[in-house]
Every structure is written in C-alpha cells, then in structure tokens.
Design a binder for this molecule. Structure first.
Ligand code: FES
Ligand SMILES: [Fe+2]
Length: 455
C-alpha cells in the first residue's frame, strides 16, 4: 500500500480539470502519483507479455516484466502457456536470468533448486539431508501470475486475481486487432527479439503519443516530409478517424487524404496476399484495411502499436508494411523502458519480411528517424514538468495542459464501419480525454488512500 499524500481533495480537483479537458502538469512528475499508479493502474490492468510465436515449441521460454515484477513465460510439455513470478521461492533471486531460450527445467543459480516448465519444484539440492523428508515440495512451487489471457497470439498477464477477463477488457479493440493480427492465414509472427531502450519520459506521455496524438506528426516528424517519405500536406495525418474505445483504449485509422481512398491499397502489402485478407476479414474490416495508410493506437495503460509502411532503404521507392507493438514499461515518474516488437504476417513472402524489417528499423526501431524525433520531445516534457512551477499541486501557476482539441466541436461519424465512437478526424484529443478519464477512474476505484478522506 502506498503512503502517498494524494488525498481525496486532490483527486476531486483532478476530476474537475479532466472533465473540462485539462490535465494538471504535476501528474507527469509527481513521485506519489507514480506510486499510486503502480498499485492502482499497473497492479490491476492487463499487461502485454509476449507473442505466441516467440514460444514456438514446448520448452521455450521468455523473461519479461510487469513493471517491477519479473515474469517467466513458458510453454509447457503439453503446449500450454504459463507465466510465473521469475523469483525463486527459496530466497527470491531471479530464477531464470536469460532473455529467452529452450529448456526442460530451470535450476536456480543460488542454491540449485529446480523447477519444471509448469512451475513445480522438482529438485532441492541435498533435499532429504538438509530439510528432512517431511518438506512438502508442492508448497514451494513458483508463484503463478494470477491471470493469463491470450488474444490472437498476444499473451497478456494481470496481477489482479479479480480482474475482468482479457477479452472483456479489450472490448471493441478486438475488432481492430483482428484486422491487424488475423488478416492472414497463420496470423502474425515476431521476428528477432523485442528491442529495448530507455527514454527519459513519463509513461503517460509515451502511451498517449501512440494512442492519441497524430497531431504531433506534422511538426515533430517534419523531416519525414522533407525526406519525401510522408505526404507534404500539413493536415496529414489528420485525415481518417479517431476512435474512442472502452477501458481507456483508442485507435487512429489514418487515410492519405480527405477522399478516404488509399493510393496504395492494403498498406502496400503484396497483391498476392489480398485474396487472403478477403477470406479472413469481414467486408467492413476489409474496407478499412484497404483504405487506411496507418493504424496507430493503444491498449490502456501502456501497450502501443502502429501498422506502418515505409521504404526499407534510402533511395528505394517501394514501401513495406510492418506491425510494431511496444510496451512502455515505467521505471519511475520520468523514465520508461521501451520494449518494441517487430511483427509481420507469417504468410508474407520471405523477401518481403526482410525488407519489412529494414523498414521498421529505419522508422520506429531504436535508431529509426521517427523514434528519435519523439524521444527527444518526451525527454523535454519530463524536464519541464519537474520544476517548481509545473509541480505545484495547488495549480497556483495555472499549470494545466491543454486537451481541448475538438471538445464539444466534433460529432461522431455514424457511418464509420467499425465499433467504438469514431470521429471523422484524427487531429483530436478525444482519445486522450478518454484515457485520462479511465486513468482517474482506476485511481479512485476501491479507494484505499488516506482512509475516509475521499468522497
Ligand atoms: S534462492 Fe533459489 S535455490 Fe536458493
Ligand atoms: Fe511520433
């Protein structure tokens, strides 16, 4: 339980500001807010751990994090996916220190206790001699992550034993995920390992950037325009639809221009794949996929994704599509470890996959040009939010940030074929406001801070 000093009055003030489209800046830097978020947000929401293609055979494992909880994900002999706290039940050190691999069992590097792929304690060094026969091994199995869920190959974990099922949590995001994950026979596959790097940023800033903010593209990524890999039109990528979904999720379905038709159907995927898309998607999903040039969005709180197409190398004009997932793992109020997965249709031609990986590296990989643009801006937000003026909880310096874009001015488009509340423009703060509302809802749910103060 956090000993924070964020009381009921503060939360009430936050609610009033958020309802009027404003966000007090101190929430981006405050250590007490961060502690509260760890407990109320990250301790209770579904967290992306891995894609099934990373665990192709029994015995395969990967090690991951749910913020500060180390997680070991395994594929058992019978092909089941399991996840445990990656901490030995003897004295607590990391049981498995490798990022990934294939093993029949895991032996702890400290005193040699051994656990199988199901998390069972199967060996205790010198067991009978030092513990006697009465020690019940089954009482010392690995601690399972309370909930595990899989949707279209995406493996999630949840630390809350009472959490709603993953499919309910994803809600209408499933419909959009199906376009991205289930359009091809065999689904998607992860290539390589997730890349990791650290940026100086608050996790809400990075999450919001992907889920809710196409508005920044015209300025932050202006160099992409100058290099000729993005349209010159300053309104790009405001064209298309921003869709507000339940539980704080959101997606932007971006089109090339106001006509809503794409100059390169199906994000430039090879024509040989189109009949497969037709087979696997509904006509509404197909229409969206044919016309959108970018899908970018997020699952609250910290899973971002982008389906993007770019040329793989300088001077090459053909574009190659890829799907990038990323977890913004908070390491503090002003630090995020980015975990970035490259995924591609399993059924795509091999040569296409290779070019597509290069497209990813050059754009949203750790040294990609679009990635670099963003990281610098996020760090400056963290710096500017740490000073006395921005941090003041009383808001005496009017330290509120502007989320007013489109508020009460843009009506949903009832003709949009997908579920959710879809607005006919992507330069809009509707998804951000939705994220903040859900964020606050979770913070005040089953209120346990400063007993009795919040009403
Ligand atoms: S800590 Fe693992 S065997 Fe002692
Ligand atoms: Fe960006």
């Amino acid at each position: 339980m956090s000993k924070n000093i964020i009381n009921g009055k503060t939360l009430q003030m936050l609610r009033e500001k958020i309802e009027s489209g404003l966000l007090p800046q101190w929430v981006l830097s405050d250590p007490d807010m961060y502690e509260l978020e760890l407990e109320k947000i990250f301790g209770r929401t579904w967290q992306f751990l891995a894609h099934e293609s990373e665990l192709p055979e029994p015995g395969c494992f990967v090690t991951r994090w749910i913020v500060n909880d180390p997680v070991l994900v395994t594929k058992t002999k019978s092909g089941e996916i399991k996840a445990f706290l990656n901490s030995c039940t003897h004295r607590g050190t990391h049981l498995c220190a490798a990022d990934y691999g294939k093993q029949k069992s895991f032996t702890c590097p400290y005193h040699g206790w051994t656990f199988n792929l199901e998390g069972k304690l199967i060996g205790v060094a010198l067991g009978d001699k030092v513990y006697g026969e009465e020690m019940k091994k089954e009482e010392w199995d690995l601690r399972p992550i309370p909930k595990i869920g899989v949707y279209q190959g995406m493996i999630f974990g949840n630390l809350d034993p009472d959490a709603m099922p993953l499919e309910d949590y994803l809600g209408n995001m499933k419909w959009y995920f199906d376009i991205l994950l289930a359009r091809s026979d065999g689904g998607m596959e992860v290539k390589g390992v997730p890349q990791r790097w650290v940026v100086q940023a608050n996790w809400k800033v990075t999450s919001e950037n992907f889920e809710a903010d196409p508005y920044h593209v015209q300025m932050t990524h202006r160099s992409a325009k100058e290099l000729g890999i993005a349209p010159k039109d300053p309104f790009f990528p405001g064209y298309g639809h921003q869709v507000v979904l339940e539980n704080g999720h959101g997606i932007n379905v971006i089109t090339a221009d106001a006509t809503g038709r794409s100059p390169f159907p199906f994000q430039g995927m090879p024509e040989s794949m189109w009949p497969m898309f037709e087979r696997n998607l509904t006509s509404e999903q197909l229409e969206l996929m044919r016309n959108a040039i970018v899908f970018v969005g997020g699952v609250f709180p910290n899973l971002g994704f982008i389906s993007f197409s770019a040329p793989p190398l300088e001077g090459e004009t053909n574009i190659y599509n890829y799907l990038n997932f990323r977890v913004w793992r908070p390491l503090g109020p002003d630090k995020v470890e980015v975990w970035s997965w490259f995924t591609i249709d399993k059924a795509a031609p091999e040569e296409y996959k290779e070019k597509s990986y290069l497209s990813y590296l050059g754009t949203f990989g750790p040294s990609g040009i679009l990635e670099q643009d963003d990281a610098e801006i996020w760090a400056r937000i963290a710096q500017a939010s740490g000073g006395l003026m921005a941090r003041d909880k009383e808001l005496s310096y009017n330290n509120v940030l502007n989320y007013l874009m489109g508020l009460d001015r843009v009506e949903p488009d009832e003709t949009f074929p997908g579920p959710g509340v879809a607005y006919p423009i992507c330069f809009l703060d509707a998804v951000s406001r939705n994220m903040h509302k859900y964020w606050l809802e979770l913070l005040i749910k089953d209120h346990s801070i400063a007993e009795g103060v919040y009403r």
